[in-house]
Design a protein around this ligand. Structure first.
Ligand SMILES: [Zn+2]
Length: 187
């Protein structure tokens, strides 16, 4: 599955943020206020899920899972210990049935029917569990002081600095350029 999503910045512009993992994209998305916010976000990524499937209970669950993923990923990026309550939360969701793998080309529909929101939440929980268990050092934060967004660094040398080159990377470049120009003038 490809990761990333378009977000709206405070100044109103849209920008693409790829958190490098489904679970981190989920945590980076705007907090779902209504079941339909949640349904639409998930259905855009999981094609066998109906956007209208999410119940109020699913919404409450999703908000709890999202908050736990957010806190755990920040703790991992800051090399702090993981909150036991948040660990319990992701483990609880991960222990329920997730999206089963299916192979195309069969005659039966086993495993190929509609998904339930709970299965998707379980898949997201298992995603963050796998990342935190295997390569927590890949969870990092944007270098920009006023951003600090969390992402999974997929680069071979683990040296991604910015949430987005077009956004924070570019702002840093402009700042560095201005500083050099000011120095040249002063010198
Ligand atoms: Zn950033």
């Amino acid at each position: 599955m490809s990761t990333g999503q378009w977000l709206i910045a405070p100044e109103g512009t849209t920008w693409f943020f790829d958190a490098g993992a489904e679970s981190l994209d989920f945590a980076a998305a705007p907090e779902p206020v209504h079941g339909r916010d949640l349904g639409e976000w998930l259905a855009a990524r999981y094609e066998r899920l109906d956007a209208t499937e999410a119940s109020e209970r699913d919404l409450t669950d999703a908000r709890g899972l999202r908050a736990a993923i957010t806190r755990l990923s920040i703790a991992a990026a800051d090399q702090e210990s993981l909150g036991p309550d948040d660990v319990d939360t992701v483990n609880l969701f991960g222990a329920t049935p997730d999206i089963p793998p299916t192979l195309a080309g069969g005659r039966r529909q086993a495993g190929a029917g509609r998904l339930r929101t709970g299965q998707v939440l379980s898949t997201l929980a298992r995603d963050i569990i796998a990342i935190l268990s295997v390569e927590p050092e890949r969870i990092r934060r944007c270098d920009a002081e006023d951003c600090r967004r969390v992402f999974r660094d997929e680069s071979r040398t683990v040296n991604r600095r910015w949430c987005s080159m077009q956004r924070c990377g570019n702002r840093a470049k402009v700042r560095a350029h201005r500083a050099r120009a000011a120095q040249a003038l002063a010198g």
